[in-house]
Structures are given as structure tokens and as C-alpha cells.
Write a new protein. Structure first.
Length: 246
């Protein structure tokens, strides 16, 4: 079997010898300067990822999670938190961390995720969406697992690989209908969910939502009573945007 492995050791040495420049303004010293970080780390984007309509209410009672889910769209989530749109600086950070293994970006993205999530129960378990094994080898890191561990540590939660890959299908470049078909066969339960646990499913981006929706449905079918989700960035649906302006 032939595959390419990123030389992450070299990347770490270069990080020490060559200081980062801010991906937002170009200032020397960090991957994101403090000024740009303030504009990046914000409360959850109050938009439904399915219909992309603004959610009417901001959460006033964490027990009900009203305001973090759309009243018109049927989703297998108690609540879904989205840090921001998949564009500009946020999109650039996700891409560089995921495909170029820029390790310093992990801390920033962890702060972005943390800022988008309100207070959750102490028994919350962060579940990373499983990454295709070939991609982990090629990129030199399992980006969702590392982010899940970092977020769990920051909040005092547990991180658990409750799900595993059942098929190594790739979603990039496929049509929406094909994505949903593939996603339903892509995951399986690696550890039986517990009814009393609050599961927080984590992924980096939401395009059609096929992967996150399928994973959440599998968790619920396996016995999870409360499933929430969080993603760093959500892509704008051009068709929906066009309908809004018509």
C-alpha cells in the first residue's frame, strides 16, 4: 500500500524557527493576532443549517435549548451550535489546519468552538465525527479527534470515540443526494451510548449536513437520548440565498 505521510516533525521545527503571521492581517507573531481573534470568536451563529433561516429566539433557558434548533426543520439534535460561516478567515484556518497540519491553528479553533457553545451539562461527552483512515495518514493528523480532545479538556468533559467508520467513502465533490446516501453507510457504533449521557457530536464543517445528520441518527438508534452537535463553519447555500433575494 502506498500513501503519503506529512512530516509534522518538520512543521513543528519550522514553527519555532519561523514565527507565524496572522492569517487575518499579516501581523508577525501568531497564526491569529488578538485583534483578529476578537472578531473570530463569537457566540453561536443563530441560523438553521438546513433552511438557513435566522432562528427567532436566542436561548434564555439552557434546559430547553430554545433558539438553538429550528422549529420548522426536523433534525436528530437537541441543539446544534455553529461557530460561523465557512468563509474568510474562519474558512482559511479550517483549511490550513485540516490539509496542511498547521498545529498552532488548533488552539484558535478550539477557542472558536468553545465560544459557540453555551453551558452544557457536566456529563457531556464530545464525540468526534470519525475521519477516513487514509486521510489521517495523508494529512498527518486526525483533525476532528484532536479538536474534540482539546475542547473536552477545556470544558472538563470527556472525549470518546463512540462512532467508527464503517466505510471510507469521501464526500468532497459529490452531489447532495449522493452525500446523504453515502453518509448513512459511513458510520457504525463503536461503543454503546448511555441514556444519561449528553453527547456532543463534533465536526469541522457543515456543507449539506449529511455526515452530521447520519451520525446523530445512528447515535440515537443505538440508545442515545440526548444528542447535540457543533461545527466550526457552515457553508452558505447559494440556492437558498437566491430565494431570499428574489
Amino acid at each position: 500500500m502506498n500513501f503519503v505521510v506529512n512530516n509534522t516533525t518538520k512543521c513543528r521545527v519550522l514553527d519555532l524557527l519561523c514565527p507565524h503571521t496572522c492569517r487575518g492581517c499579516g501581523q508577525l507573531g501568531a497564526v491569529v493576532c488578538e485583534r483578529c481573534k476578537k472578531n473570530l470568536i463569537m457566540p453561536a451563529l443563530q441560523v438553521c443549517p438546513l433552511c438557513q433561516q435566522l432562528l427567532a429566539d436566542v436561548v434564555k433557558n439552557d434546559a430547553t435549548w430554545q433558539g438553538y434548533r429550528c422549529k420548522d426543520c426536523d433534525m436528530p439534535f437537541e441543539a446544534l451550535f455553529v461557530a460561523g460561516w465557512r468563509e474568510g478567515l474562519l474558512a482559511k484556518l479550517v483549511k490550513e489546519y485540516k490539509y496542511q497540519a498547521i498545529w498552532a491553528i488548533q488552539q484558535v479553533l478550539t477557542e472558536v468552538l468553545n465560544g459557540a457553545i453555551p453551558n452544557l451539562p457536566e456529563n457531556t461527552v464530545v464525540v468526534p465525527l470519525p475521519t477516513v483512515a487514509r486521510h489521517v495518514r495523508e494529512r498527518g493528523l486526525d483533525h476532528t479527534l484532536r479538536l474534540a480532545k482539546a475542547l473536552a479538556k477545556k470544558r472538563g468533559w470527556k472525549c470518546q470515540k463512540t462512532l467508527a467508520r464503517a466505510a471510507d467513502t469521501v464526500q468532497v465533490g459529490t452531489k447532495a443526494t449522493e452525500r446523504h446516501t453515502q453518509a448513512k453507510k459511513a458510520y457504525m457504533v463503536a461503543k454503546t451510548p448511555q441514556e444519561e449521557v449528553n453527547y456532543l457530536l463534533l465536526d469541522d464543517v457543515w456543507t449539506t449536513g449529511a455526515s452530521m445528520l447520519a451520525a446523530a441518527e445512528i447515535l440515537r438508534a443505538a440508545g442515545a437520548k440526548r444528542v447535540m452537535g457543533v461545527v466550526i463553519a457552515m457553508g452558505r447555500d447559494k440556492a437558498i440565498e437566491q430565494q431570499k433575494t428574489c
